[in-house]
Write a protein that binds this ligand. Structure first.
Ligand SMILES: [Zn+2]
Ligand SMILES: [Zn+2]
Ligand SMILES: [Zn+2]
Length: 173
């Protein structure tokens, strides 16, 4: 369970802003993004592969979308909850090295999974569309795992990918 469970998340979002009564909120969360790599360079912009529960679990800030009043924030790491870990997660670049080729079969193309900070607006009536706040290689964009489709080799980081705290990591919803 994240710092916010589904219930408290819903309570904050449905209450809206106490200052200006706006029903729209802006949520910031670390969510899963799949990236295709060729020789360790991304070949696409990546696509979101999270679900609603993971979005709630990774939430680290909620603001009013109209007047920016702060409705929720946590300084802890969104992935492992280590105290003060959020600053490392947002400020540092990915620590997991991605090889240019699969170590098993020499394949040049790898599929990688990242945790990426994103913002999304809730309360507009439409399905929220997360916007990436960091791209591949930028601070905040952290590699979690990569895999080769040719030989099924897969490598997963054992430390917290966001703040570098030692594992084992808590189970996500
Ligand atoms: Zn407001
Ligand atoms: Zn962490
Ligand atoms: Zn391979």
């Amino acid at each position: 369970m994240g710092r916010l469970d589904e219930k408290s998340f819903e309570a904050i979002v449905s209450a809206g802003c106490p200052a200006c009564q706006s029903a729209k909120v802006e949520i910031k969360s670390f969510i899963d993004r799949r990236v295709l790599l060729m020789l360790a360079d991304p070949t696409d912009a990546g696509r979101w592969v999270h679900d609603g529960e993971k979005f709630v679990d990774g939430t680290y800030a909620i603001h009013c979308a109209s007047c920016a009043t702060l409705l929720f924030e946590t300084p802890d790491c969104p992935r492992c909850h280590s105290p003060g870990g959020l600053a490392k997660a947002l400020g540092e670049t990915s620590r997991m090295p991605i090889p240019k080729r699969c170590a098993g079969c020499n394949e040049l193309e790898l599929i990688a999974l990242a945790l990426c900070p994103a913002s999304a607006r809730y309360g507009t009536g439409e399905t929220p569309k997360p916007k990436a706040l960091a791209e591949y290689g930028e601070p905040g964009h952290h590699m979690v795992a990569y895999a080769c489709e040719s030989c099924d080799a897969a490598v997963v980081t054992q430390k917290c990918p966001l703040c570098d705290a030692p594992g084992p990591l808590r189970v996500r919803p």
